[in-house]
Every structure is written in C-alpha cells, then in structure tokens.
Design a protein around this ligand. Structure first.
Ligand code: 5AD
Ligand code: SF4
Length: 467
C-alpha cells in the first residue's frame, strides 16, 4: 500500500504541524462558490470530528449543501463498529460514482474509522479508483493539504501518530447551545469484540489546562452544556504525568460555571468512589451515567475482556444509585457473543431486571476483522441471536416506559434546544437525566433551562408544558 504523506508528516514536529494546519493559514477564496456535502455515521466522537471537518472545508471557501448532486466535494465520515457500516459505505459510494459521471471534477473523500482499516483502504484503492482522498482518524488536521495537493491518483493518508494530540482545533459546531469537548482520544481497553483501539489508537488524554481553556471559551460564547468526550472517560489522565484524574477534571470543569456538564462513555472498570462522590456533589454535573454492561454473564464478560464480573458491575450500579437515587443510568448490551448460551443470556436479562435501566442500546455481536472475538468459533444460529435481541428489547423498553412514567406530574428543569422535527408547534429539550421532552408553545425559551411540567410519558420521550 502506498502512503504518500506518511514520512513527511512524521518528520514534522507537533509545533510545526499546528502552524501548518491551523485554519487561518488557508485561503477562503480557493474554493469560493463551491459546495461540500458531509455525511457522518457512528458515535459522538465521529459527529464531533465532523464538526472539525466542516470548519476545515469552510476555511477553503466551501459552503455546505445537503444535496449530493449540488456538491463539488463529498466527504463520507465512516464508522466501523458493526457490519452494517460497510454496507453503508459501499451503498453511498455507488451514489458518489454516479454523481461523478455527471460532474467529473467532483472530489470524493473517505475518512473516519473505516479509513483506518487496511483491508478497506486496499479495497478502495483497487476497486474504487474514482475516490480522490482517503484519510484516517489521525489525519483530519491534514484535510486542507490533502485537497490542495491531490492529484488524479488517490491520496491515501492513513497512519497512527500515537501520542500526538493537536490543540487549537477550530470546529463548526452543530449547536449554539451544547458542545462536545474531547478530553481523550483512543482506547487502551482492547475488549475482544471491539475495533476502536485499532481504528482510533492508544489512549491519549488532552491536558486539563487545554480542556478548561476550551470550556471557558464556550461559557463566554453562551453555551449551556458541554459533553466531555472519550472512549473511556474514567481513565482520563492515566497516560499523562502529573495530570488530574477524571474526578479532578470534573471538579475543575464544574468551576467554569458552565450550567450543565455531561460525559460519555464510562467503563465500569475505572469508575471510582471518588467519581461518584464528585458527580453527586456538584450541581452542574448531570446525574446521568452511561455505563455499558455488554453482558450479564461473568463467563462472557471474561471472554469479552471486560475486567469485571456480573457481581462487581451490580455493586457499582448500586453504589451509584445509593449516592444518587434520582440519577438515570443507561447501558449498551451485546447479545450473541460467540457461544453465548441460554444461561448466559438469562444472566443478562437478570441484570436488566435488577438495574431497570432508563434505556439501553442493544446490538447483535458483529465479528470485526482483526479482533480476537472474530476468530472465536461460534455455533449460535443467527435466528437465536435475533430472538434474544427481540426479547431483550421488549424487557428494556418496558423499563424505559416505567422509568419515564415516574416523571409524570413532576416539574423539572429542561434545557430547550430547538423546534421539534416532528411537530413545528413544539420544542424539544433534555432533562438533567437526559430524558427527551417535547414541549408545547415554548419557542421563546430556546437556549434556556426552564421548569417544565411533565404531562405524559412514552418509552422514548416525555411530553411537557410550561406552567
Ligand atoms: N458487535 C456488536 N456490538 C458492538 N459494540 C462494539 N463492538 C461491537 C461488535 N463487534 C457495541 C458495544 C459498544 C457500543 C458502542 O457498540 O456495546 O459499547
Ligand atoms: Fe465511533 Fe466506534 Fe464508529 Fe469509530 S467505530 S466512529 S469510534 S462508533
């Protein structure tokens, strides 16, 4: 495989890189009048990367469009976490190829986690020559140079620059009310099913001083909420010398007086008592914890490399609920891990019954090439896995509805974010516990935290009104 810019890029120092790649070093007249179409799949990390990509495209003069036919450049920001990601990529490429037939100058770029996968990159190079640029999750800062220096051959730039964290990144944020703030990149956990440590590299934490600077700036701009982002936020700082731990970071972020602080994602392994204490004690740290379970069976958890047992997970869950009885806890669960037995699955249902999650994302195991679990022999038929998923979803949804019903009649603070997509007479917002609320006649309150009385509850949302 050809990696044209690899040696060049590695030779540069971080300082030089910052100088070269800052958006103000580019000319916004370069592509004046031209349009970009950006499609992002996957997690919040990818969504936030999309905000950086948009800012970089705009620094060259591109303006956004949501119509592929109108675009002069198309960027597909991919996700690799499950199999359907591949289907989405190749489905979309078909559309791009077609669009390029009528517009030969169309620039097609592929980035995100799939652009870190060697087999995908090889396939793009050999079978999809109409793709112009491919850049990995570590190369977003080079986007402008890739566009400016592209030639008719594909400009592949996939490499892992372990340990490098770039600062002074400009974002075109999707919202003026709430913002994502990266605190850490990559992941060291290597759960046996997961592709992320391979596509996003080892854990690299940002310095707390840089994080605080960013949050303070957001406070000045009037933001109401930040979500601290990382694959495993609880392990924040462990890869740096003389740095705060996550509990310490939460405390200093709290002092910026941003009205709401959230964080995703937590790994049960690194969740300390100190963290529980901090979340429970500071008013602007939201009582909402996403705590992936993955499986309720200690046997499967061991095969997954999760480093906790069913009992240890439940102990942590109970500690959280004891310290914060009104908190909401959500989770991720995988069914059909190789050779999951009915007994194993029943253990998962047992944990769901005990924890009664506010909501859960549920998945059927998807073998990811290169991960240890993909090599495990698996005798469980897909139909059984689908049945299990269905059963699990029914249980999870019944608890979501029950949890939501407890809100009916209560008056609670909601951060109102915008007009509801389904009904333009309504606005939507979130409670401190991350419940979606649709509210009648409250357009004037967008961007504010207001008391809302909950009038009705569904499995996935609440209805409310301002009294
Ligand atoms: N198969 C199915 N689900 C997966 N997840 C991660 N990797 C896989 C996989 N190979 C799920 C986990 C994780 C969430 C983001 O995606 O539950 O927490
Ligand atoms: Fe996000 Fe994981 Fe998808 Fe990468 S593979 S975009 S980290 S969900």
């Amino acid at each position: 495989m050809q990696l044209p810019n690899l040696t060049e890029a590695r030779k540069r120092t971080t300082k030089e890189v910052e100088h070269i790649y800052l958006n103000e070093n580019y000319n916004a007249d370069t592509f004046k009048g031209q349009k970009y179409f950006l499609r992002t799949y996957g997690c919040q990390m990818n969504v936030h990367d999309g905000e950086e990509i948009a800012a970089r495209l705009e620094s060259l003069g591109f303006t956004p469009t949501d119509k592929l036919e109108e675009a002069n450049i198309v960027i597909l920001n991919t996700c690799a976490i499950r199999e359907n990601a591949h289907d989405k990529l190749y489905g979309f490429l078909g559309r791009c190829k077609h669009a390029k037939k009528s517009n030969k100058d169309l620039i097609i770029g592929i980035c995100g986690c799939m652009a870190q996968e060697e087999n995908v990159v090889k396939e793009l190079m050999t079978k999809h020559p109409y793709v112009d640029i491919v850049f990995g999750t570590h190369n977003i800062h080079e986007l402008q140079d890739l566009i400016l220096n592209r030639n008719n051959k594909q400009n592949i730039n996939v490499y892992s620059c372990e340990g490098e964290v770039y600062e002074n990144i400009a974002y075109k944020r999707d919202s003026k009310i709430k913002a994502w703030v990266n605190i850490q990149y990559g992941c060291d956990k290597f759960c046996t099913y997961c592709i992320v440590p391979y596509t996003r590299g080892k854990q690299r934490s940002r310095k707390s001083s840089e994080i605080i600077k960013e949050v303070e700036e957001l406070v000045k701009e009037g933001y109401q909420e930040v979500t601290l982002l990382g694959q495993n936020v609880n392990a924040y700082g462990k890869d740096l010398k003389d740095e705060l731990n996550f509990a310490g970071l939460l405390k200093v972020v709290s002092k910026t007086n941003i009205p709401r602080i959230r964080f995703v994602t937590s790994h049960p392994w690194d969740f300390t008592d100190e963290m529980i204490d901090v979340i429970a004690s500071y008013d602007n740290i939201m009582p909402y914890i996403h705590l992936p379970l993955q499986s309720g069976s200690s046997r499967i958890l061991k095969l997954m490399g999760r480093r906790y047992t069913k009992e240890e997970y439940l102990e942590l869950f109970n500690k959280i609920k004891k310290a914060m009885p009104n908190s909401s806890v959500t989770t991720d669960i995988i069914v059909g891990f190789p050779n999951e037995t009915e007994e194993d699955f029943n253990e998962t249902l047992d944990v769901v019954n005990k924890c009664q999650y506010d909501s859960a994302f549920t998945f059927i195991f998807s073998p990811r090439e290169g991960t240890p679990a993909a090599k495990m022999k698996d005798e469980v038929p897909m139909a059984t896995k689908e049945e299990r998923l269905h059963k699990l979803n029914e249980l999870v949804n019944s608890y979501s509805l029950a949890a939501n019903k407890k809100y009916v009649g209560k008056t609670i603070p909601v951060l109102i974010e915008g007009i509801s997509e389904k009904d333009s007479n309504k606005v939507f917002g979130y409670t401190d516990t991350m419940k979606l609320v649709n509210i009648s006649n409250a357009q004037d309150y967008i961007g504010q935290i207001v008391d809302v009385t909950i009038t009705d509850a569904k499995s996935f949302s609440l209805d409310g009104e301002i009294k």
